[in-house]
Every structure is written in C-alpha cells, then in structure tokens.
Design a protein. Structure first.
Length: 429
C-alpha cells in the first residue's frame, strides 16, 4: 500500500513564459491590502515587479525571466496596479498602507509613498457645490424622518433619491496626480498599465491604458482607450455605486460618466491575455464565508454582513463559471489537436486548425492563469471592513494575502525562462 503521508503532492507544471501580468480586483482597502500580501509572496518566490518611468536617454531595460511587467487593476486594484507600475517598491507601498515610519533608514533608497487618508479617499463634492451639499443633507434628514414615521410612499417623491452620492473620488484623483505620479500619462511608463472602468450610460467596459486596441468584431462589450490620464482612470475605476458618485472624464469631444470597473465583469484576466501575457496571476477577495465555530451563523451578525455574503456568493458563482468555461474550451482545443496528431494530419494543417479554434474561441493553448483568494475558513478577512485604513487591520489582511498566495504558489512549478538556467524553478517548496 503506498505511503500517502510521505508522497509529495504533484505540482502543476507552468512552461516557459514570455510575459507575466498581475490582475488586481476591487473590494475597498481590504482588497488593496490583500493584493499587497499576494505581491509579497510573489516577490519572495522569485518574481519581480517591473515598473517606473521610461528614460529617453538610456536604452530601456527589458523585463527579466520572472518579471511582472503588465498590471491590470479594477477599483481598489487600480490603485495598487498604478503604484506598482509607477515604480514604487513593494516595501514602500506596504509601509505606507500599514503606517510604518517612511523615514526608516531601510527605505532611504526607495520612493516614499504618502499615505492615503480618509480625507483623500472620501471627498464630499467640490468647493463650488456647497449649496448642493446642503440640499442633499436636508433631503437626507427628511428621508430618515419619513422612514421612522413609516411613510414609505412619500419617500419615493423625495428629490434626494434622484441625487448622486455627495461623496466623490475626486480626492483619489488628486492624490494620484499630485502625490503619487511623476507623470500622469500611461505612455511614459516602462510597464503596461490597464485600468478597468464601466461606462455608466452604456453596456460597455472601458479599459484605459497606453494603447487603443480594436476589440474583436463579435465583442462589443469591451473597449480599449488611451484617452484618459492615469489619475482620471483611477478615480473612474474606484467610483463604486451607492458609495461614490459616478466620475466624469472629459475626452476630446465629449464628457463620459464612469463607475467601478467590476460592475460589468468581476475579473479582467482577459485584459492581461489581450496585451500578450501568457501567464496571468489574479488576486481577488471575493471569498464567501464558510461556517466556523468561532463566528457561528451570519444570521447573528446582522443585515450588512449577510448582504456582503450574498454578493460574494453571486460573484464566486460568476468567477467559477468563467474558470470552468475557459477550462472546457482549453480541453476542447487540446482534444482536436491530439485527434489531428492521431489521424496523421500534417503538422502544418494541424497547427492551422488549432489556430482557427483559438482565434474563434478567444483561447491560446500556451497561456496559464493562477487565481489567488482568501482561504475559505479565513473568517477574519471576510469580516474586516472594506474601507478601513486602520494600520493594525490592514497589516493582518496583508498577512492573509501572503499566506493565501503561498498556499497556492506551492502547487506550481515554474520553468525558468533565462537561457543560462534551463532547469525547473520550484516555487513554494
């Protein structure tokens, strides 16, 4: 009988890759801190974050064998992706989030990242709209008063219900533009940065970056645009409905309102593949709660927690369906490829058939995706507030992201892409 205890777990083989992308989903500051923990685990296992400004006076240093050179971000993930693409060291970003003294001598050679504060994250309108804010405050008081009286019908007539949220992401735009970036233009950075938004008045996802890709003729739901600054794209991507007002970007000939990048599509792994990446590492926090003795039933914790669980359950279903669909497509293409080989069809024709299938099914056989999310029984991460900036809480979520990533990465074996090291690089062993 085989010794199951001592038998090593079989690792998934990841072949040599040309381009690596890091996709960061939304979910408030909790998601941002989790992404940082994932990034720390990737760095510990040999990956490097390639970013910073281009230098026109010197030849560009090309990404190395384990360099992540493409960043895709939605909502809170848009901020993390921007910071990494801008060239901030991972340690500097983590220290900014967790409140460590930026004057630490160990960080002297790094770009110092100013802290994101509540005042910057939650901006109440703009100075020129004080009257509107007063009106909204009055409407809010009337709404609460009528609700307490049980007068539900009159609530429908309140003009407050037709007003936008008084909270905007303009503070985030200012923070990114004035305190974070040396340049506000996508084209000025070495890495590829893509920030995902949703167009409010259209059923379309808009991905801002340095390129203007033409979407496939059969896919009218996604558009790639280079008509925005990084700070505007960040503000648009983080405009979560019911919390923030839609964010308007002025383009050449019109103004367009945008909201959170994950409203239409939960994970944007396809953006990494569209940009040419053949390995996409995706970090997200949409992990539903699994019953634990320490917490018990969520019915004891009230409506807000139950609402979060309901949303996470719906999102998890979408993610799982996406993963399974991609897997089935991959298996189908592989089956056709093997059939051609078995029937003695020439290599040339076999490759042409495979390429037609890949093109029509939007799939490439040599691509891989790794999904990293909180562990199912990590109830602490599930229960943490989505918009807390408390250093001690963010530190715990960073740790959760790190441990979750280590658990996933140890299941893989990555082939080193450097010419002088042809052997397999074991990650997480």
């Amino acid at each position: 009988m085989p010794d199951l205890k001592n038998r090593k777990q079989k690792k998934f083989q990841i072949s040599s890759k040309k381009k690596i992308a890091f996709v960061c989903s939304g979910g408030g500051t909790k998601a941002g801190a989790f992404h940082l923990g994932v990034a720390l685990a990737l760095q510990e296992q040999g990956f490097r974050f390639y970013g910073g400004l281009k230098n026109p006076e010197t030849p560009a240093d090309l990404p190395g064998p384990m360099d992540i050179s493409t960043y895709v971000g939605s909502s809170a993930g848009a901020i993390i992706a921007t910071l990494l693409a801008a060239g901030y060291s991972l340690e500097s970003i983590v220290n900014s989030f967790t409140g460590k003294n930026p004057e630490d001598p160990d960080l002297a050679s790094d770009l110092i990242l100013p802290r994101l504060t509540y005042q910057k994250m939650f901006t109440i309108g703009s100075p020129g709209k004080r009257k509107d804010r007063i009106k909204q405050s009055v409407f809010l008081k009337k709404l609460i008063s009528n609700f307490l009286k049980g007068d539900i019908s009159s609530l429908i007539k309140l003009k407050w219900l037709t007003a936008n949220s008084p909270i905007t992401t303009s503070g985030i735009e200012t923070y990114i533009r004035e305190e974070v970036l040396a340049s506000n233009e996508f084209k000025d950075y070495k890495s590829d940065l893509f920030l995902v938004t949703t167009q409010l008045n259209h059923s379309r996802k808009v991905v801002f970056g340095k390129y203007h890709y033409e979407p496939p003729a059969e896919d009218l739901s996604c558009e790639y645009s280079n008509e925005a600054t990084i700070s505007d794209a960040c503000a648009a991507s983080t405009a979560l409905p019911f919390v923030f007002a839609p964010y308007t970007i002025k383009h050449k000939d019109k103004s367009v309102a945008y909201i959170d990048g994950e409203i239409r599509d939960t994970l944007s792994t396809h953006v990494g593949f569209d940009s040419g990446a053949d390995l996409v590492i995706c970090s997200h926090t949409h992990q539903p709660y699994h019953l634990s003795k320490e917490v018990g039933s969520l019915t004891n914790l009230g409506f807000p927690v139950i609402l979060v669980q309901s949303l996470y359950l719906a999102i998890e279903q979408k993610i799982n369906y996406h993963i399974e669909s991609k897997k089935r497509v991959g298996l189908a293409v592989q089956a056709v490829h093997e059939y051609c080989k078995k029937e003695g069809i020439s290599k040339e024709h076999s490759e042409q058939i495979t390429q037609i299938l890949e093109r029509k099914l939007n799939h490439r056989m040599n691509t891989d995706t790794i999904y990293i999310h909180p562990r199912p029984h990590d109830h602490d991460t599930f229960l943490y507030e989505h918009f807390s900036l408390a250093p001690e809480k963010l530190t715990k979520i960073v740790k959760s992201g790190f441990l979750s990533a280590i658990d996933v990465l140890r299941k893989y074996e990555f082939e080193d892409r450097s010419k002088d090291q042809p052997s397999l690089k074991v990650v997480g062993s």
